[in-house]
Design a protein. Structure first.
Length: 392
């Protein structure tokens, strides 16, 4: 950690060049004797990444940024704040602390947080930044978090772990047992030190396979921001053997869309519907959850087809996703589509349809944008149609 970066003149240079192209900054070289241009470029690039993702860090003076990959891999403040709302108590150990965003928010709910990271330089950076952020109840330790858990003798309230989704050869992995650390391998150790284990995983992880790898799963939280799934969260409680609660949340600019259901409840649908007056598209968190039939019973809406995750009703309802008014349902063929859509602006979506959005745009000369939303889909009688709608 080069503390010369924290000097007033270097900090002023970083602030003035935040909107500049990184390549151009590198080509010009560093104007400072004790700070390389690579260090300057990293501080600027990492701070740029933080503007929307980590506004508390971005707006604070004299923050030292690690390599920008640590910013890319960290939680956003909006998801970290959500996670913090799920814990409380005396002590939490963050086994894979990283840049410390999750630890920062956990510290607002816990009396003490232990931040572990095997990267000594990153641990030093986090310790420095926490002082600048005036946080006093987080202790940083440059240690493998699993080894720290092995060393402690007393019980702790929570263990939080965000395993790396890359193996030792830096290849992407998609099962918990292949991540680092291997949580299923260490589950007995973790439960010997705490009754509550909190795991953050990749949005790509298959929920059913993860439940099979873990034990005593109590809740699964699927967190989306602006309709993009960011995190899957598994809350484990020692000896818990009851039903698993699935909780979905989508943070939008104006509100929060939530939908909860029991993982083991298999809702069956015997009848499907033609498109009615209103059409509903579930948000990304619900699509990830797999609770497609549960939506029908909860919101009294009808599904269009077993594999078409679009819903309909005659009365407009509050729904955790996008809502549209149906203007026309047209049987799909090249003649119909071209006649209705050629040269027009529209927002195209596909649901259970054999062509891609780009193919449809090209085939029917559709331009992006406008107020019309067109869904190419399959109905319960396997008829291919496109539904002309306007957003409600």
């Amino acid at each position: 950690m080069n503390t010369k970066i924290l000097s007033p003149e270097v900090q002023e240079f970083i602030k003035k060049n935040l909107k500049q192209d990184i390549v151009q900054i590198i080509l010009k070289g560093s104007p400072f004797e004790n700070v390389t241009v690579q260090e300057l470029a990293n501080q600027i690039a990492a701070k740029q990444k933080s503007e929307r993702k980590l506004p508390t860090w971005f707006t604070s003076e004299k923050i030292f940024y690690p390599p920008k990959v640590s910013i890319e891999q960290s939680s956003s403040e909006i998801t970290a704040k959500y996670k913090a709302g799920l814990v409380n108590g005396d002590i939490l150990v963050d086994v894979t602390g990283g840049f410390g965003v999750d630890s920062f928010y956990f510290s607002k709910r816990m009396n003490q947080v232990i931040h572990c990271d095997i990267n000594a330089e990153l641990s030093e950076i986090v310790a420095y930044n926490l002082k600048e952020l005036k946080v006093s109840n987080i202790e940083t330790k440059a240690i493998d978090g699993i080894k720290y858990i092995e060393q402690i003798s007393s019980k702790i309230d929570w263990i939080y772990i965000d395993p790396s989704r890359r193996d030792q050869q830096k290849n992407k992995v998609f099962f918990l047992k292949d991540c680092l650390p291997n949580v299923p391998l260490h589950i007995d150790l973790l439960f010997s030190k705490s009754n509550n284990i909190f795991i953050k995983t990749s949005p790509l992880l298959d929920i059913t396979s993860a439940v099979g790898e873990l034990t005593n799963t109590k809740e699964i939280h699927i967190v989306a921001v602006e309709n993009e799934v960011k995190e899957l969260l598994f809350v484990l409680e020692k000896n818990y053997e009851e039903d698993i609660l699935i909780k979905t949340i989508n943070f939008t600019k104006n509100n929060q869309q939530t939908f909860d259901f029991i993982f083991s409840e298999k809702v069956s649908i015997k009848e499907y519907s033609q498109p009615l007056k209103y059409l509903y598209e579930p948000n990304a968190a619900i699509l990830k959850s797999g609770g497609f039939h549960n939506l029908c019973t909860e919101f009294k809406v009808h599904k269009l087809h077993e594999h078409t995750h679009l819903y309909t009703s005659n009365e407009l309802i509050e729904f955790p996703g996008r809502k549209f008014e149906v203007k026309e349902v047209v049987p799909y063929n090249k003649k119909n589509s071209s006649k209705k859509l050629s040269g027009k602006k529209a927002n195209i979506s596909i649901r259970n349809f054999p062509k891609t959005v780009n193919q449809l745009k090209k085939d029917h000369k559709i331009q992006d944008g406008g107020d019309s939303y067109v869904f190419f889909t399959t109905l319960s009688n396997n008829q291919k149609v496109f539904i002309l709608t306007e957003k409600v």
